[in-house]
Write a protein of this length. Structure first.
Length: 87
């Protein structure tokens, strides 16, 4: 019989992979979507080009919040010891 801890660990690993893909999509979309134009026409936000601000600063803040929510909602506290083991 397969240990339930492995099922939980696999699900949480998949959630981690999805979070990485979301992070890359946000970074790539803003960096190359807004940053592919002429540098003299860039919009500046707080002294940074908009592509940098949204991809690196706002994207990082968004991902920190998203990861915190994912941990609180989807992740479970799993014991490291085997359930059948008596200590």
């Amino acid at each position: 019989m397969r240990d339930a801890r492995f099922k939980i660990a696999n699900r949480e690993a998949l959630i981690g992979v999805v979070l990485v893909i979301i992070n890359f999509a946000i970074w790539f979309g803003f960096a190359y979507g807004l940053g592919s134009g002429d540098p003299t026409e860039y919009t500046m936000i707080l002294g940074f080009p908009a592509w940098f601000f949204y991809s690196c600063i706002a994207g990082t803040i968004f991902m920190i919040i998203l990861i915190w929510v994912a941990i609180k909602v989807f992740f479970k506290d799993v014991p490291f010891t085997d359930e059948e083991e008596d200590i």
